[in-house]
Design a protein around this ligand. Sequence first.
Ligand code: BGC
Length: 395
Amino acid sequence: MKKKLLGAFLSVAMTASMLVGCGGGSSAPATTDSNETTEAPAAEETKEETTEAAAEETAETTEAAETTAGGGIVGVAMPTKDLQRWNQDGANMQQQLEAAGYTVDLQYASNDIATQVSQIENMISSGAQVLVIASIDGDSLGTVLAQAKEAGISVIAYDRLIMNSDAVSYYATFDNYMVGTKQGEYIEQQLDLKNADGPFNIEIFTGDPGDNNARFFYGGAMDVLRPYIDEGKLVVKSGQVEFDEVATANWATETAQSRMDAIISANYADGTKLDAVLCSNDSTALGATNSLEANYTGDWPIITGQDCDVANVKNMIAGKQSMSIFKDTRDLAAKTVEMVDAIMKGTEAPVNDTETYDNGTGVIPSYLCEPVFADINNYKELLIDSGYYSESDLQ
Ligand code: BGC
């Protein structure tokens, strides 16, 4: 019975992942039946949840861990409820793992490293057989994961690579470098950098230095844009170009916003036009957008993002954000569940990259799902027709 269910689930998951090109090279939109998908929380709901986050986050699923369903216990450690995407990731993982017969211990750590470490310790002592971890700081889990290894527990790094730990068996993520190149190429095309004379003004915002992904996003985008900066066709008036200068601690909207406030007042308050803002994700894009709305009077710049968070898609519809990278978290969850299942059954886990992600102890076999970009022209097809959002979520 369980096998049958699992088989049915896997075939749905595989069909869905083929349709959306999760590693399959296609950028076609998903056409998954909405019954099989987790509805994304509306922005307001996410906010409400966040308020009581810390308390709930710890209590939430210890209970779940106590009721074993026979398939085994999987610990899922997520960084925070503050950002919409991790709520979706957690919900998708829980739903899909449970559908496959596993008991799930899902924890959110309020972006606090010590909390995440102690949650993982609890997962280990409560009998988790596999840990799926989206780390807050990729470098801070070495000690606790050594305990996991000692206890024979397998670890899958989820979305963000866990660094300098030989306890990590697999990495499931999106192609992070490609996220960056797509953002850079979007700006290149919109400003017609190959043909136009310029110069154009650009400012740059990337993510948390403790998140290994941030360097890939930044690196991918800068591989496209840096030649134009070097030749003077793109000008960064703030002078802030290098990773450490443009990083945003914790990917915080408020931090990006206040940095943009300072940049505008020093460089664009006199009406100087800002042509583009490279933002590595939606939370930083939101900060840049809020600041521009409050302080900037010139023509609206191109603004990039990532995640297709509800607030940002609304901004896209309102003409305030130009694009966002769409990473269908349902597909990442489906791939990760396939990995969990392979570990549990001792079969081969799906991987499609064995070169890119060295975590300091060697290359971690990875599965990279393919990101696509969403803008005003294709968001309906990508986000609504696929059942990721309903029309009313975006109103
Ligand atoms: C994820 C992004 C997300 C960012 C902030 C990154 O590791 O890949 O999708 O926007 O973290 O949470």
